[in-house]
Ligand binder design. Structure first.
Ligand code: G3P
Length: 225
């Protein structure tokens, strides 16, 4: 399962990319708006930080297929590299997905809340579908189960579209999604830190240090070789 960063905050992207195995960055109009900056500069800066090879998913704001295609072409030209246009699942979005694919543009069909939406997106040619876990959990639905069934349907029909699960608030949701065989998750920078946090790990490291220092003092491994 791949990890992507769900943010447009440049310092967070730099920090997470420095420490964690990151496959790319996802944004949406809400995430971009939070930065209150120049849209073109933000997406170009993200590309510069992550390089050409990592995935960059940027969402359209258009609602009609021909306009979505135009935005997709312009954003692709602007950011280059490994790019996916994010398109919400609507009738026009499905039409735009087919048009984008004909033009060789990668597509992530987003705002997915049901299994039938995901299957339809896949049949339209989407490279990724992005189901929203926490927003489903918030309405007493079961986000993980939706992802699980999407993964299963894709296996049944031998569909190559990948599942990029989004909208997470805690490690448990990410863990349960990983058990479904979903291909990727996009999570916020703080959640990256929480993914590897465990107090027993810190206790263990403290014990290793204390035991070593009792014998070797402040000397490190390199000092003794
Ligand atoms: O990429 C979609 C994701 O950002 C939605 O997350 O936290 O707004 O539900 P959230």
């Amino acid at each position: 399962m791949l990890y992507l960063i769900d943010t447009a905050k440049l310092e967070d992207i730099r920090r997470v990319c420095e420490y964690y195995p990151v496959a790319g960055v996802t944004t949406n109009p809400t995430i971009i708006s939070r930065e209150k900056g120049d849209f073109k500069k933000i997406i170009c800066d993200i590309r510069e930080i992550i390089g050409e090879n990592k995935q960059l998913h940027v969402q359209t704001t258009a609602t009609e297929a021909k306009d979505i295609l135009r935005e997709a072409e312009m954003i692709r030209q602007t950011v280059g590299g490994n790019f996916f246009i994010k398109i919400p699942i609507t009738k026009e979005g499905l039409k735009a997905t087919e048009m984008c694919k004909k033009m060789g543009i990668g597509v992530t069909m987003t705002a997915i809340f049901t299994q039938p939406q995901a299957l339809m997106a896949a049949r339209a040619g989407a490279d990724f579908v992005a189901p929203y876990i926490n927003r489903l959990d918030n309405i007493v639905s079961d986000g993980v189960n939706v992802v699980n069934e999407i993964v299963d349907i894709f296996k049944v029909y031998d569909i190559k579209t990948q599942v990029l699960a989004a909208s997470f608030k805690n490690v448990e949701q990410v863990h349960k999604v990983s058990m479904t065989g979903a291909h990727a998750v996009t999570i916020n920078p703080d959640l990256f830190d929480m993914m590897i946090y465990h107090p027993l790990t810190y206790y263990a490291i403290d014990d290793f240090t204390a035991d070593w220092q009792q014998v070797y003092g402040e000397k490190g491994v390199c000092d003794l070789l």
